[in-house]
Design a binder for this molecule. Structure first.
Ligand code: ITT
Length: 208
């Protein structure tokens, strides 16, 4: 059974393959290089569904997607769903510098990573008639969410991971998430929590 992973972020692909590992047995996870939809949802869940729907519509195959980011309490949840382009570009270094700058002088540094993991199963081929709606009439949609609490550090530390990892310290740890090994991060992260839950639903829908 083929399953499309609807992301253009190579770091997410790498983490997801490691997180799901043996749970992908019987599933061929394939990449997606089709059109990127406009992510104009108000929540991580809405944007994950927008991405998964677009890939399912384009390929005719079941698709999963990840929408994620870091939410800082002292900034009313920013950068949140705007994490990938917080500084106006997709440059992770610029995004981290902007967050550190916006938090300079702020003693309250609590934050969390959030990940919404979506599955969209398209209708069986031929089930939408010629007069049917032009948009995808999905036969099944499901979203799971994972939260990873922690604090924003005052400077970058560590070389693993991506995005905000060098300035995020998970609750209960005295290191940044960029100092955790990939296996350590992938055992406890927001992405691990969301996709460990979603893969159960994926297997029920596609393999049972
Ligand atoms: P796709 O939409 O193609 O999946 P994207 O990178 O644009 O890729 P998002 O819109 O979900 O994805 O933005 C996620 C951003 O949030 C990402 O670029 C990082 O800046 C940040 N982020 C998400 N998960 C992270 C993690 O595990 N560690 C560090 N930063 C993370």
């Amino acid at each position: 059974m083929k399953l499309v992973l609807a992301t253009h972020n190579a770091h997410k692909v790498e983490e997801l393959r490691r997180i799901l590992g043996p749970q992908l047995e019987g599933i061929e996870l394939i990449g997606y290089d089709g059109p990127e939809p406009v992510e104009d949802g108000d929540t991580f869940a809405e944007n994950a569904l927008i991405k998964a729907r677009a890939a399912a519509l384009h390929t005719g195959l079941p698709a999963i997607a990840d929408d994620s980011g870091v939410c800082v309490d002292a900034l009313a949840g920013a950068p949140g769903i705007h994490s990938a382009r917080y500084a106006g570009t997709r440059d992770d270094g610029d995004n981290r510098r902007m967050l550190l700058e916006n938090l300079s002088g702020e003693s309250s540094r609590s934050a969390h990573f959030e990940c919404a993991a979506a599955l969209v199963v398209p209708p069986a081929v031929g089930s939408v008639g010629p007069d049917g709606p032009p948009e995808l009439a999905a036969s099944f949609e499901h979203v799971e969410t994972g939260i990873w609490p922690g604090t924003v550090l005052r400077e970058e530390v560590g070389t693993h991971g991506f995005g905000y990892d060098p300035i995020f310290s998970p609750a209960g740890y005295s290191v940044s998430s960029a100092e955790l090994s990939p296996d350590e991060k992938n055992a406890i992260s927001h992405r691990a929590i969301a996709f460990e839950r979603l893969i159960v639903v994926v297997r029920e829908q596609l393999l049972d």
